[in-house]
Design a protein around this ligand. Sequence first.
Ligand SMILES: [Ca+2]
Length: 337
Amino acid sequence: MRAKTVCGYLMIFFATVFFLPLNFSAAAEPVPVIFDTDMGNDIDDALALAILHAGIERGRCDLLAVTVTKPGMAAAEYIQMVNSWYRHPDIPIGVTTKDILPEPGRYLEKTTAAAREKFEWESKRCDTAVPVLRRALAAAADSSVVMVQVGFSTNLADLLDSPADDISPLNGRELVAKKARILLMMAGGFTEEYQAHKEFNVVNDVPSAQKLATEWPTPIQFSGFEIGPVISMPSASMINDYGWTDWHPVRDSYEAYCGLDKSAWAWDLTCALVAIFPEEGFFDMSEPGTVTVRDDGTTYFTPAADGKHAIFLMPSTEQAARVRQAFALLCSQPRKN
Ligand SMILES: [Ca+2]
């Protein structure tokens, strides 16, 4: 009974907001995005990738490359499968050289195997992450690229240390300073409740997170751990909104990861959403300041007028509802044929 009532309210809510707040302007130029992910450790990376593909379909995102901080080929092959399903098989993919959490997790291999029964795609011979990042940046317009990092800081720290090569006469730090506009990263914990929290993306590679916090040359906006629990993915959407297709890689992954009836906490989607719809006010940002990463993996934010960092502020009830709705609509958005 209760479930039916909740479902009824959700349907009214969906019908209402579908026509109201998602009035993304059609004239905006696609945002050039590089997506760096630990795909497979949690389901929100897959949902974030779905949001970026929805952005491509809407003409709001140009996905220049995907780089992976999960070693081995399971994550890379899964990403190639998803990109191919969305009909963008040529997006470059680069893989880390470090061996952090190599286990494939709950959905990468399972969904890739299921996909083989549904459609064919060409497996990619992937390069390592740093040359893929360097090529994508070198080819981009100056100060244009939005970097979205939703896994460990390994690849982007390695990028900063990369020397000049035949891809670019600039070293990594110079290349980032010239080509990137901003880095959006899911990392850290910044509210009082999470002061002692050793956030997953930080604690699995603390030196790299420290390097980005101190050396990354563009502004950084940090989406902290505290945001995800208040904007979980609506399970009703996972159950109800995919009827337009007989199979969907991200829905299949979600089912394998936690079951369709669970509303998974949603961290990584926040950065993808803000990357491609920066003007929509989905979140408010803090005043400028500096994020510090301690050696034990905890983090804190200090306001400072000349700081290059900001943190996502906790969303209001209205913002959280709107963000959840955007997640639901974008992840389930039908692809073009
Ligand atoms: Ca992640």
